[in-house]
Design a protein around this ligand. Sequence first.
Ligand code: ADP
Ligand code: ADP
Length: 227
Amino acid sequence: KPAIEVREATFHYGSRQALNGLSFSIRQGAKVALMGPNGAGKSTLIALLNGLEQPSSGEVTIFGEPMSSSNAQLLRRRIGVVYQDPDDQIFSPTVGEDVAFGPRNLGLDETSVQQRVAEALHAVGLEGFDSRSPFELSYGQKRRVAIAGVLAMKPDVIVLDEPMAFLDPKSRDQLQQLLEAMHSDGLTVIVATHDVDFAAEWATDVLMMKEGKLLASGSPELLFEPE
Ligand code: ADP
Ligand code: ADP
């Protein structure tokens, strides 16, 4: 089964059409660069994958299960989304509390919650940050807290919206290593990005969107093909 299948999805904000018959599928274990100019519909697609919005028509399928308003909450556990701005995702007074929020919501016992927090903070290189305030961290560190919060849910797929934005070269390298590590752990990783060099170097699959549709998909070589 593909990890994600989108069939003929449309989506409107009022009279504005953001998705216009979008179709594609993503195999399990892929490293996907989701590309396209501003306004192409990437953020809207991510909102559908996260179950925050329902398509006006068409279908989104997660591991073979069609997503609907009634099962969105359950399927969302399998797809973790890291938003572009970590301040949209971080709201607890300490890093430890923030990362614990999701697993606690799943109803896990406190020992399991703390185990997941420790594992997730280790994965993102923030061991020992439990009692720090997330609001006094650097932007790159905040982004890693947001990623830890998603990893603590143990999703099968992780979607990151422009994770490289506003990071210095060193933090970008660290983040790219983190993406590799998540993939090695078995996650299907999807990154919305404008960065052609990163996509060429990192991705196994490229999805190019334009005007709410799929313009092209395939291996990163397609980034270098003439129009
Ligand atoms: P991208 O993430 O690729 O830049 P978006 O999904 O943000 O694309 O936007 C797709 C289209 O939908 C654009 O025309 C955008 O202006 C429009 N749009 C996005 N969000 C809203 C919104 N909340 N209200 C109205 N129009 C929106
Ligand atoms: P991105 O390309 O990452 O989506 P944008 O600058 O396009 O960034 O959008 C930033 C935010 O503004 C998003 O939450 C998007 O949904 C919203 N937005 C984008 N276009 C519009 C619009 N035309 N009307 C209202 N909100 C919009």
